[in-house]
Design a protein around this ligand. Structure first.
Ligand code: ADP
Length: 142
C-alpha cells in the first residue's frame, strides 16, 4: 500500500474536470486520505518545483500554478504512485494516449491537469509539504 500526493492543477479546476479526474482515481480503487484547496505561494512552488526552478520555462509554470487555487489530495492504494502516473499518461499531454487523464483533458507539456509524486521517497516529502499532522486520515477501507 502506498500514498501519493496529487495536485489538481489550475486547468483542471477552472475547466471543471476535478470531479471526472477524481472519479477515475476512485474507480481505479484509490482512496482519498486527505483533500484540501490551496492557493500556492511562491515559496511552496519554488520548493515543490526545485528540480525545474532553473529552467527557462519555470516563470511560466509558476504563473500557471498560481492562476487559480489547486486541490491537493493524498491518495492511497496498491502501487498508488505508479498506478496514478499510468492513469495520467506522460508529462506532455500531446504525447498522452486517449483514455489517459492528460490525453483526454491536457493541453500541452505545462498545462497537464494533474501533478503526481514520481517515487515513494518524493511522495513522503510532498505529502509532508502539503498536509500537516492530522490532515491525512486513516479509516477502514470498504
Ligand atoms: P511531471 O509533473 O510529469 O513529474 P516534471 O517534474 O518534469 O514532470 O515537470 C514539472 C512540471 O513542469 C510539469 O508537470 C509541467 O507542468 C511543467 N513542465 C515540465 N516540462 C516543461 C516544459 N518543457 N515547458 C513548460 N512546462 C514544463
Amino acid at each position: 500500500m502506498e500514498t501519493t500526493l496529487i495536485l489538481l492543477k489550475p486547468d483542471c479546476i477552472t475547466k471543471g474536470h476535478a470531479g471526472e479526474v477524481l472519479k477515475r482515481f476512485e474507480a481505479a480503487g484509490l482512496k482519498i486520505r486527505g483533500a484540501k484547496m490551496i492557493a500556492l505561494g511562491e515559496a511552496i512552488l519554488k520548493e515543490h518545483y526545485a528540480h525545474i526552478a532553473a529552467k527557462p520555462f519555470f516563470p511560466e509554470v509558476q504563473a500557471f500554478m498560481q492562476s487559480s487555487p489547486v486541490i491537493a489530495l493524498a491518495l492511497e492504494g496498491t502501487n498508488a504512485i505508479a498506478q496514478v502516473r499510468d492513469l495520467l499518461g506522460p508529462t506532455d499531454s500531446k504525447k498522452a494516449a486517449p483514455g489517459t487523464i492528460r490525453g483526454d483533458f491536457g493541453v500541452d507539456v505545462m498545462v497537464n491537469v494533474v501533478h503526481a509524486s514520481d517515487s515513494a521517497e518524493n511522495a513522503k516529502v510532498e505529502l509532508a509539504r502539503f498536509f500537516r499532522d492530522g490532515e491525512i486520515f486513516d479509516y477502514a477501507r470498504a
